[in-house]
Design a protein around this ligand. Sequence first.
Ligand SMILES: *Cc1c(COP(=O)(O)O)cnc(C)c1O
Length: 451
Amino acid sequence: MNTSATAWPFSSSQGESNYEAALRRYPGQAIVDLAAMRDNMRHLVEVVGGPRSSTAVMGVVKADAYGHGLIPSALAALAGGATWLGTAQSHEALALRKAGIGPDRCHILTWVYNGTKAPFDELITNDIDVSLGSLAGIDAVAAAARTLGKTARVHVKVDTGFGRNGFTEEGFGAALGKLVPLAKEGVLHIVGQWSHLAVADAPNVPEFVASTDRQIEHFNTFTARMEQAGIAPEIRHLANTAATLTRPAIHFELTRPGIALYGYEADQAMGEPADFQLTPAMTLQAQLATVKHVTAGHGISYGRTYLTDEATSTAIVPLGYADGIHRSASGFDAVGARHTDKEGGPVRVMTAQGTKVFHVSGRVCMDQFILDLHGDAERLGVHEGDTVRLFGPGRGERCGEPTADDWARTADTISYEIFTCLRNRIPRLYLHAQDVLSPADLALLDPTSLL
Ligand SMILES: *Cc1c(COP(=O)(O)O)cnc(C)c1O
């Protein structure tokens, strides 16, 4: 048995028994290192000039902090020096405040809502900044602010070429027509002007660099129009992870990195996490189910897309697409029904012959997938119950240390989707919470989730 391969730095015997309880509850675990997350944020704060610079950093914690867990991740980001938090959906912004992260600690911005039904009254009451990118949104936020008798803090979203939220240059006259009187009256406080970049993650593609330059030009044009109208924004923000790391000229007063907080660069073409001094925070591991011998030519999983090419052993990893393991990370071989070789997602297994990486063999199923061990399990020392690693911090699959980027490549997607698809039936367990968080913050977390 090689369970010692998964010896985690438990903070206490309670941490260890939380771990054992999680293994009994579910055969896969996402282990999130809060010290890595804090250090990633610390680094991002340094990148924009340090804690005393005029540029602040927002930890983007939308979508349950990219699947890492909203509250623990938000607290780690704050411990690393973030002074803003951002969520797309408003319920997550409210959850942060309800957890006890008050306006004395950080600003919170939220930007995705249905303007006709969103809880603007609750957002304003809880001192949450709201993005305004549509005329209906302006009307609704203004109405809520009037009813409450409380000024709403807003950030004007402009579409500089991303083609998603925000006012276009053509539509901006009408927006200013509404915003100017509301700002003068004190119904709205125009805190910020902001926009989002489409291709900042391709700093080596001239065409994309030029397109980002055009977005920046448009951004400045919008600012000039706001100034002329007498509602100059106090702060401007445009930079996501990619631009925070590679475009210091557009850090302005605030940057909004998301994926870097979790330890990844925005695009594999930019390089690897280590090139940017980032450490992946999440490890996804599982405990093997059935390990058995099969003969040569044995079909593996639905559709017979993978046939064993020799007598071998297989092992079941009890996670599937209902856990968020992408079906597109399935692996095929040329003798299978697809008549094509396609490597599946990588899994690191500790064997008697050292660490080996095997790949998803055949189709990913709902709750499980299968690994061809290309050898005899007994000789390899691989057994049911062994803990294997799908991804974690490391130098990538070619060094025997698969990352979420490797899974993204085999599934034809991006690390963001690998993380956010992971379902919450997989326990999230937190490392180093005691080192990173104050006792008061620690008390906000589920004690059974702490290692
Ligand atoms: C998600 C998001 C970010 C963060 O993007 P990353 O590429 O993860 O850094 C920043 N701004 C907005 C508006 C976003 O939606």
